[in-house]
Structures are given as structure tokens and as C-alpha cells.
Design a protein around this ligand. Structure first.
Ligand code: PEP
Ligand code: MG
Length: 587
């Protein structure tokens, strides 16, 4: 919830802490506003020069896109970078460009007007389609159009951001986040978005401080304004005073010192003083992230979000393409395990063939899509199983609501194995299967689900959203998005107990698993595994290594008796401050 308080010209915007860190510097206000385009008549003699302007602008736009593409490829991998290839193809479309040039000559109008008019036609056609994928592509077309127009007008481009700045924007796509990160970006602040938006997850991986959900910050700051971002507390401060800056510097130094100390524990196990072992693994989206996760001391990949492979492409990757990626990750993680989650499309996530739904979070997503599209599911299952030859691969199903869904999914796994066996492909015949517990109905049936599989992984991002009936990406109800709500704590307890009754291990792969405030509680509730974003791995390990399991159990018991979210947070915060005083925790 935003709250702007005026203190001696300092304006504080409260948002949601999305990626840790402190940033102080000038604002770069990033908006995707269409450059102003006015119609201007040209003389017949000016036509060749006007066409020349267009061609030059086009060439410059292509050069820029090629640079962005190369950078995205390096940061995100070639599959994810294809979004920019598609944009380059629009620039090279000879029919489209031929039409624009012809119209300049026939209608005697300036180049940017014709570019805008002609390309907008395509864009509107795409926006009129009901298909979500076409809408995404309409934005690409829009980006390309603006890029050409800005070049015709010789305007400065955002991709050429100079100097160090804090990017303030209404929203940022994952691609924006990555593109800006090649400049010396100090931090990100956005009006929209929740802590689990994929741009937020990405800024955490890129180690760039970020605050999201600031509501109308873009209306109140302008390029060049001085701001500070506190990515721990989730605030943006406009015109920070000298004292504020000093305080933030002290805070940043405290965190840095703490982080340096943490580097020492990368090679040590995540176990409590009284030797209760917790597996500490990473949540990854892109194969490139694994190297950093290893440096941070990961024990494997507790969640690989395979849907990242769908970014910027019109179809699902083939079995071979997927097998290549999965094998590469499994090899990089070996001997540690990797849990590949089958495509979790729909909801807030991109999908090549989702259709428009009134209520996508309650719609066709995750396992529902896969069971309705066996050919896609089977391709992916075969690819995952092919990566399992060294026995460190596990497979997990997202958004499971019923027992029948798991049974059907398991039947597909059996079929995939048979097909691979017939082909003579080596694989792990005993590949472990797990389900995500993200839906309250599944949480209640955790014991019955556990009886069907080898492990459960609690997706708190979605579980909290469905428990509290709060859209995880909607900042106007963010205050009710409460991982520490007593109802959530009770359901976590129920799930963990249920799994253990069936002798299957249970982990948390939602963001709550990486929240230092939750560690003692989760360990005390008996969690077997925590899968977290790589930057927080050492911090979580440090907490686990500083506590006794028997104390953590007492903490969990006490929390289970509490009835108010605020009390739970305050209590857990006091425990951490007491047990691990050097943890610079913000509540
Ligand atoms: C979750 O819901 O907690 C989860 C880990 O999955 P995602 O954030 O990808 O929906
Ligand atoms: Mg989820």
C-alpha cells in the first residue's frame, strides 16, 4: 500500500521489497510513451531524402536491436533472446518496408507519420485478437515502431542509457530488466508488480536492488531527480536528505559486511547446532544462473521453472531442444539433484497458446493445461527423463488440485519411460516424482497426495494467494498477501505432518522459503528442504547453522498458538535478533 509522507522535501513512497540492496542516485524515468508523431507534407523532390532518412533510421534500429539481442543471449540464453530476433525480422520485412516507402512517395507525407500509420494497423489487428500470445507480439511490434520513429527523429534511446541511474518505471518486463542491467543500473522502482513478479525474481538474480508496487511514483518523479531505494524495506525516497543518505549508507555497509562474512559458509552443510539437516537448494529459471548458485553453495536445484523456455517464441520447444537444456542443467548440478517443474503456463505466466480468460489465476494453468495437451506434456516428460541418466533428475507437477490429476500425470510418466525404453535411450527408471502444493484443496489432501509421490514442494507464492484470496501481483491488496498469516502457518504445519506420516520429504520452493524471517519457523515445523533464490542462500544457511532444532520446534509450537499475523512477525523477528543478531533483518 503506498503512503507518501512529506518530511522536509523528502517524499517516502512505500512499496514492496523485491530485491535486496540500497541504491542512491539520479532517476531515469523510463516510459514506453509513443514519441509524438505529426503529419507533415513533403515536396515531391524531397521523397528520396525522406526515404533515405527512413532507411538510415531502420539501420540504426537494427543495430541497436542486435546489440540488445547479443546481450540478452549472454544473460538469459539463446532461447530467451529470440524475442529480439522477432523484432529484427519486423525491421527486415521487405513487404512492410516497401509499402511504407511507396506510401511516402504516393502520399507525400513525412516518414515517421507513415511508419506510425502503417505499423499501427498491424498492431491494432494483433490487439483485436483474443489470443494472449498475439497481444504480447503486438507489444513487440509497438516497440519496433517506436524504435524506428525515435531514430527518424534522432531522439535519444533508452537502450543507450548513460551513466548510473535508478530506473523508475510503471512496470518492467523481464527483458527490460535484463537490458537495463547492462548499463550501470543502480536499482529498479516500479509502480506495479508484486514480489513474485518475474521481473522481481530476475532483479534478485541479477543482484540489483528493486522495489515494486509503488503505485504512482512515476507521476511524482522525473529524470534527474535524486532518489534512494531501500530494497530491504521496500521504499523509494525522493530527495533523500543528508541524514537519510548517511543512514542508508550505514545500513548498506552493515549488509555488505554481513554478506562478506557469509561467503565463508558456502561449503558448509545447512544443519542446525543439534545436527538437524535441511537441504538448501536453488530456484532457477535460466540455465546460466546455475554457476552463481553453485558459488553461493547450493545443494542442487529445488525448482527449475521450465516455462522460461517459452519466452519470446510462438510454440513449445521440441523434445530434442528441451532434452539439450535439461541435460545441460542436470550435468552442471551433478551430483546434486535438479527438480524440473513441468511447464506452469497460464495465470501470470506466458504461454504460447493460452486464450483470454476472465480469471486466469483460477483458470487453465499448470497441470490442467498439460493434461489437456498430452503431446506437449509427453514431449516435455521424455525430455526430462532423457536428462535423468545420471540419476540426479526429479520431475514435479505444478498447480495440482486433485488426486486424479497426479494419477493421470504419473500414467504419462510411465508411458514416456516405455517409449524411451523402446528407443533404447538410457534414463533413471526410478526417477522421483513430486507435486507442488499450491492450492488449498491440495494442501488439505496432502497426505493422500503424498501417498502417490516421492516428495511434496510447497509453492507458497500461489498457496498464500489462494488461501488469502489475494492476487499475488496486485499491489492494492498487497497488505493481505500474508505468508505469516496464522491460517497459512497452520496449513504449512498440516502439509508437513501429512508428508511425514507418509514418509515423503517436503520442501518449500515459494519465496517464503528464502525469507530469513520464516527460516526458524519452517525448520521448527520440520521442513526437509528449502529452495530459494541464489542470492539469499548463505543468509538462510547462516540462520539454520545458528539455531537448535529443539528450540526451533518450540518457536513453531508457539507460533501455531498465535492468532494474529503481526504478532507472529514480531515474535519471529525477536527470535532472529536474539539468535543471529548480525542478521540485518527488516520487518
Ligand atoms: C509458488 O507458487 O510458490 C512457486 C514456487 O511457483 P511460481 O512462483 O513459479 O508460481
Ligand atoms: Mg506457483
Amino acid at each position: 500500500m503506498m503512503d507518501a509522507t512529506l518530511t522536509q522535501a523528502e517524499i517516502i513512497f512505500k512499496g514492496i521489497a523485491a530485491a535486496p540492496g540500497i541504491a542512491v542516485g539520479p532517476v531515469y524515468l523510463y516510459s514506453k510513451v509513443v514519441p509524438e508523431v505529426n503529419a507533415r507534407a513533403i515536396a515531391p523532390d524531397d521523397v528520396p531524402a525522406e526515404i533515405e532518412r527512413l532507411r538510415n533510421a531502420n539501420a540504426r534500429a537494427e543495430k541497436e536491436l542486435r546489440k540488445i539481442h547479443a546481450f540478452a543471449e549472454q544473460k538469459l540464453g539463446s532461447t530467451s533472446a529470440t524475442i529480439f530476433e522477432a523484432q529484427i525480422m519486423i525491421l527486415g520485412d521487405t513487404i512492410l518496408m516497401g509499402t511504407i516507402e511507396r506510401r511516402i512517395a504516393d502520399e507525400l507525407q513525412n516518414a515517421e507519420f507513415i511508419v506510425h500509420d502503417e505499423i499501427s494497423k498491424y498492431k491494432h489487428l494483433m490487439l483485436a485478437a483474443t489470443d494472449e500470445y498475439m497481444h504480447e507480439r503486438a507489444h513487440d511490434v509497438d516497440d519496433v515502431m517506436n524504435r524506428i520513429i525515435r531514430n527518424i527523429q534522432d531522439q535519444k534511446l533508452i537502450s543507450r542509457l548513460e551513466g548510473t541511474s535508478v530506473i523508475v518505471s510503471e512496470t518492467l518486463t523481464p527483458a527490460d530488466t535484463v537490458i537495463f542491467s547492462r548499463n550501470q543500473v543502480l536499482g529498479y522502482a516500479t509502480d506495479l508488480g508484486g514480489v513474485t513478479s518475474h521481473a522481481a525474481l530476475l532483479s534478485r538474480s541479477l543482484k540489483i536492488p528493486a522495489v515494486v508496487g509503488l503505485r504512482n511514483a512515476t507521476k511524482q518523479v522525473k529524470t534527474g531527480d535524486s532518489v534512494a531505494i531501500d530494497g530491504y524495506a521496500g521504499v523509494l525516497i525522493l530527495n533523500p536528505s543528508a541524514t537519510t543518505r548517511e543512514n542508508l549508507e550505514v545500513k548498506a555497509a552493515r549488509f555488505r559486511a554481513f554478506e562478506e562474512k557469509l561467503a565463508d559458509i558456502a561449503g558448509l552443510p545447512a544443519e542446525t547446532i543439534d545436527r538437524k539437516r535441511v537441504e538448501l537448494s536453488s530456484n532457477l529459471e535460466f540455465p546460466e544462473e546455475i554457476e552463481f548458485a553453485k558459488v553461493q553453495g547450493t545443494e542442487g536445484v529445488g525448482l527449475f521453472r521450465t516455462e522460461s523456455q517459452l519466452i519470446g517464441r510462438p510454440d513449445y520447444p521440441s523434445e530434442d531442444e528441451q532434452a539439450l537444456v535439461y541435460t545441460q542443467i542436470a550435468n552442471a548440478a551433478y551430483p546434486h539433484p535438479v527438480i524440473f517443474r513441468t511447464f506452469d503456463v497460464g495465470g501470470d505466466k506466458l504461454a504460447p497458446d493460452t486464450h483470454h480468460e476472465e480469471n486466469p489465476f483460477l483458470g487453465w494453468r499448470g497441470i490442467r493445461v498439460l493434461l489437456d495437451r498430452p503431446e506437449i506434456f509427453m514431449n516435455q516428460l521424455r525430455a526430462i527423463i532423457r536428462a535423468s541418466a545420471r540419476r540426479n533428475v526429479r520431475v514435479m507437477f505444478p498447480m495440482v488440485a486433485t488426486l486424479e490429476e497426479v494419477q493421470k500425470a504419473k500414467a504419462y510418466v510411465r508411458q514416456a519411460k516405455e517409449e524411451l525404453r523402446a528407443r533404447g535411450v538410457p534414463f533413471d527408471a526410478r526417477i522421483k516424482i513430486g507435486v507442488m502444493i499450491e492450492i488449498p484443496g491440495a494442501a488439505i489432501m496432502a497426505e493422500q497426495l503424498a501417498a502417490e509421490v516421492h516428495f511434496l514442494s510447497i509453492g507458497t507464492n500461489d498457496l498464500v494467494q489462494y488461501m488469502m484470496a489475494v492476487d499475488r501481483g496486485n499491489d492494492s491488496v498487497a497488505a493481505l498477501y500474508q505468508p505469516f498469516n496464522p491460517a497459512v502457518v497452520r496449513i504449512l504445519h498440516h502439509i508437513i505432518e501429512a508428508a511425514h506420516r507418509r514418509h515423503v520429504w517436503v520442501g518449500v520452493c515459494g519465496e517464503m522459503g528464502g525469507d530469513p524471517l520464516a527460516t526458524v519457523l519452517l525448520v521448527g515445523l520440520g521442513i526437509d528442504e528449502l529452495s530459494v533464490v541464489p542470492p539469499v542462500l548463505p543468509e538462510i544457511k547462516k540462520i539454520i547453522r545458528s539455531i537448535k532444532y529443539k528450540d526451533a520446534r518450540r518457536v513453531a509450537d508457539k507460533v501455531l498458538g498465535m492468532t494474529r499475523e503481526r504478532d507472529i512477525r514480531e515474535y519471529l523477528s525477536s527470535i532472529i535478533k536474539n539468535k543471529v543478531p548480525e542478521i540485518p533483518l527488516e520487518v
